[in-house]
Design a protein around this ligand. Structure first.
Ligand code: ADP
Ligand code: TRP
Length: 330
């Protein structure tokens, strides 16, 4: 891994089955960026504990994220893949940040305000979430953090916290680098089987590692109008086309669009075409994931190795931090 590449860091919460919207909207970008940056991806297990408080669910969630990312082509030789809990130094740093941060400042966080507006019971972990995330980012000296719009504020919290530490303890030095967020803005929203944004919470997803039967079932559930086989159809109004086009190159896209507008292709044929395209796309991913799942020890070795590297970097950073705050006197 060359040293002049920028450091990119991203955390993924283990929160269940991923779908093709997650893939095209987020996961694929991590794989595409793995040559350009020194890429660190971690499984944010302790972050998930604000909601996941069950041993089996946590274990499964962690393993699923590792399998998902390795199956889509994340290369552990290029990317440091690790789990947050293998870098215990982040909690030490979080405590220091806790003591530098005021309650009113954390009360402005969107996630906290949303939870409060919904009258949810808010645990201290949820309240402190932005500072744990700031520690994840700052302890690794990340330059860039690729996040969706909803996480932008968290990166700002990390920047503010870095500035505050540097001001209070830094002795004029930049102990913590100020990270930037990287919004993957060119990414389109992937529609689900009902035409709305594909989302777990709408129940309109096509799982990224779906079986053939699951693919068929999802595609068959796409609603269509009453046009017959010979009627011309507008591809831009078809939920079938909206998903199918994600899997096609420009020329194929145009050719398929013409088949819709010309008439002569019924919805049954259009759906069969989409099922075949999804199966061709998903099958190799599904098989790779199953292969990885049959040898979990290898997956665990990858995580352990990544954890060692991430923790070594964190420890180096903490040695400076402990001296600067005055607890390391020998
Ligand atoms: P969900 O809405 O299914 O709960 P998440 O909120 O967990 O998905 O999203 C995880 C990541 O996947 C985020 O970076 C988000 O921007 C991306 N993502 C989710 N759904 C879509 C979609 N339909 N199109 C594009 N990107 C998406
Ligand atoms: N908060 C992020 C999410 O909910 C996950 C996360 C935790 C993260 N720590 C991070 C993302 C550090 C980027 C960098 O998706």
């Amino acid at each position: 891994m060359s040293n002049n590449k920028k450091i990119l860091l991203s955390g993924v919460k283990p929160t269940g089955q991923v779908h093709i919207g997650n893939y095209f909207g987020a996961m694929k970008q991590f794989v595409d960026l793995q040559d350009e940056y020194e890429n660190h991806i971690f499984i944010a297990d302790y972050h998930a504990m604000t909601t996941v408080q069950n041993k089996e669910e946590m274990e499964k969630g962690i393993i699923d994220v590792a399998l998902d990312y390795l199956a889509i082509g994340l290369d552990p030789k290029k990317v440091v893949l690790f789990k947050q809990s293998d870098v215990p130094q982040v909690h030490e740093l979080t405590w220091i940040f806790n003591c530098l941060t005021t309650m009113p400042y954390l009360m402005r966080a969107h996630a906290y305000k949303d939870a409060e507006a919904k009258n949810k019971e808010i645990n201290v972990g949820l309240f402190d979430y932005p500072l744990l995330m700031a520690s994840d980012i700052l302890i690794q000296d990340a330059d860039l953090v690729p996040v969706g719009q909803d996480q932008k504020q968290h990166v700002e919290y990390a920047r503010d916290t870095a500035e505050k530490f540097n001001r209070v303890f830094g002795k004029g030095e930049e102990t913590f680098k100020l990270p930037e967020h990287l919004i993957l803005s060119h990414v389109e929203t992937v529609p689900g089987t009902d035409g709305r944004k594909m989302s777990k919470s709408y129940g309109n997803v096509i799982p990224l590692f779906a079986t053939y039967e699951e693919i068929k079932k999802a595609v068959m559930s796409i609603p269509t109008d009453s046009k017959g086989v010979d009627d011309p159809k507008n591809p831009d109004e078809s939920h079938i086309f909206a998903i199918h086009k994600l899997l096609l190159n420009e020329a194929e896209r145009q050719a398929l669009a013409e088949r819709y507008t010309k008439g002569g292709m019924g919805y049954k044929e259009a759906k069969d075409g989409l099922i075949a395209a999804l199966e061709a796309f998903i099958k190799p991913l599904r098989e790779k994931r199953a292969m990885l799942a049959s040898d979990l020890d290898t997956v665990f070795d990858i995580l352990k190795e990544g954890g060692k590297r991430a923790s070594m970097r964190a420890e180096k950073k903490m040695e400076d931090v402990r001296k600067l705050v005055g607890v390391k006197i020998y």
